[in-house]
Design a protein around this ligand. Structure first.
Ligand code: HEC
Length: 153
């Protein structure tokens, strides 16, 4: 019986079958890997509202493009970015949120990203901010920016 098993494993046509099975499953493995990529998560969780180029919708959804740095430069503003509902409640782990935010800054606020002032978010930082729970976003935005700006865009 054992000899039969060895015979099966070594059989050329059986190896071909296994190769075909691997090829068939390869695309789904690729998909599973890409699901944790920040660009993929942006598409899935954010761009429906913020649009592919991050420019948002005038008066309805704030622009992320060239906008994130003015918050991140201020400690409470750095927190604010994680506390907005779309980020706070995204079905992403804290580490994935950190990666996504770092990717956003790189893609939508590149000068700030490369300017040396930006300290990337870490998963632990996101955990600590998320643990603080709900805040009044409109009030916090106004206090962070010390202005009455309310994402006119
Ligand atoms: C259902 C639409 C929607 C989705 C999905 C969404 N957002 Fe938002 N986002 C908004 C709106 C609306 C606001 C303004 C909220 C407010 O002021 O009450 C906002 C605010 C923000 C802000 C603050 C910008 C500012 O100038 O105030 C950031 C940063 C942000 N979102 C990032 C994200 C990220 C990252 C994702 C995906 C993980 C995401 N959002 C998903 C609609 C959305």
């Amino acid at each position: 019986m054992i000899t039969g098993f060895h015979g099966l494993a070594g059989n050329t046509s059986t190896s071909c079958v296994w190769a075909c099975i691997c090829i068939l499953f390869f695309p789904s493995l690729l998909q599973a890997k890409s699901s944790s990529e920040p660009s993929y998560n942006y598409k899935l969780f954010c761009q429906g509202c913020h649009l592919p180029d991050g420019t948002g919708v005038l008066g309805e959804v704030p622009s992320l493009a060239n906008n994130l740095s003015r918050y991140i430069k201020i400690p409470e503003g750095r927190e604010f970015i994680v506390q907005v509902p779309g980020v706070m409640h995204a079905l992403l782990t804290d580490a994935e949120v950190a990666e996504l935010l770092n990717w956003l800054v790189k893609n939508f606020d590149y000068q700030f990203y490369v300017g040396g002032e930006f300290l990337p978010y870490s998963g632990k930082e996101v955990t600590n901010i998320r643990a603080k729970g709900y805040v009044d976003i409109v009030a916090k935005r106004k206090s962070v920016l010390k202005s009455s700006y309310d994402f006119e865009n």
